[in-house]
Design a protein around this ligand. Structure first.
Ligand SMILES: [Zn+2]
Length: 333
């Protein structure tokens, strides 16, 4: 097709080349969108099962209400929820829009990540270049694991006020290994990652100790330092000031806007409590409420989502953020 069109002159040739590059770029972007959506579908399972310490692979996906196994063609990310209009195909119970939302968010983050590493240059030349794998495909695939972990942490922390060690702890050595092979793609090396993990852990442990010493209670959840250590491992120590500052700022804005919904007496029960006898659950809830009642007026918000958000902002908009900061400093005092 292309060759025939080329006969008609130089202009048409250029047009055809554009179309080919456009098509190639489109194929890649559709591919990474679908991969991201599939990862999001898996994250829904992780978010639902990990806090209950259930297996992530067995049994297969089933309706949370009637427990009917979900057929493959009813389990297509995003699409199935839309086709079934948000209802279970067998019992008709409403399925939360959060499922397709997680899939869509992960799909878009996947596209953004790939676009970032390929610099939008999805031309035939770039794809054929020997560096395409090492500079684009590999960093994309590895940092997609990091982004997926942050998305899972965000929703689990929102639901349960916990950051599972099963994600944050293996994430630390994994991040250091990834920095060793793919770090240069985001401008860090393995030493930045090692220092980042150590400082990330140290900063939050210090904050927890200082806050506990001043206020006589824990200010941050015990999982936050492991998450910041993980972020430091994947993004290097250079990321920590921005991540700490932006997560705090965005957390404060969020509390000011929606704070009432996160009053301490609204803390969710421990995962698994709902499976106990009702009386026991009530007793535990009472005990928990009276324990935190001393701190009425204080807010408990999960910090994990804000740390994750800031880390994603830096990973996706690092150069833009650097430019902005440089410009702000120019006009500063
Ligand atoms: Zn059902």
């Amino acid at each position: 097709m292309g060759r025939i069109a080329c006969v008609s002159g130089r202009f048409a040739c250029a047009r055809v080349a554009d179309v080919n590059e456009f098509t190639l770029g489109g194929v890649f972007l559709v591919g990474v969108f679908m991969l991201g959506a599939a990862v999001g579908s898996f994250l829904n399972v992780v978010i639902f099962r990990l806090p209950h310490k259930l297996s992530l692979v067995r049994p297969g996906s089933r309706c949370p209400s009637c427990e009917t196994p979900i057929r493959v063609w009813h389990n297509v990310p995003i699409v199935s929820w839309l086709v079934l209009r948000g209802r279970c195909a067998s019992c008709g119970v409403e399925i939360s829009p959060r499922y397709p939302l997680v899939e869509l968010v992960m799909a878009l983050l996947s596209v953004g990540l790939f676009h970032g590493f390929s610099q939008g240059l999805l031309t035939t030349d770039v794809v054929q270049a020997s560096t395409f794998f090492s500079d684009v495909v590999m960093p994309y695939a590895l940092y997609l694991i990091f982004v997926a972990a942050l998305v899972a942490v965000t929703f689990i922390d929102l639901d349960w006020f916990i950051i599972p060690d099963a994600i944050s702890l293996p994430g630390i050595p994994l991040g250091i290994c990834v920095a060793a092979v793919a770090g240069p793609a985001i401008g860090i090396d393995v030493w930045d990652a090692l220092i980042g993990a150590a400082v990330g852990a140290g900063v939050i442990v210090t904050l927890i100790l200082v806050y506990g010493w001043i206020r006589g209670r824990e200010g941050m959840g015990g999982g936050d330092w492991k998450l910041l250590a993980m972020i430091g491992a994947w993004l290097g120590w250079q990321a920590l000031p921005f991540v700490l500052l932006m997560s705090s700022l965005q957390g404060i804005v969020f509390v000011l806007l929606l704070g009432r919904n996160f009053a301490v007496d609204a803390l969710p029960p421990e995962p698994g409590v709902e499976e106990m006898a009702d009386e026991m659950a009530d007793e535990m809830a009472d005990a928990e409420t009276s324990e935190v009642a001393e701190g009425v007026g204080q807010l408990a918000i999960p910090f994990g989502p804000f740390l994750s958000l800031a880390a994603i902002e830096l990973l996706y908009f690092g150069p833009e953020i650097d430019d902005l900061l440089a410009r702000l400093l120019e006009f500063g005092p």
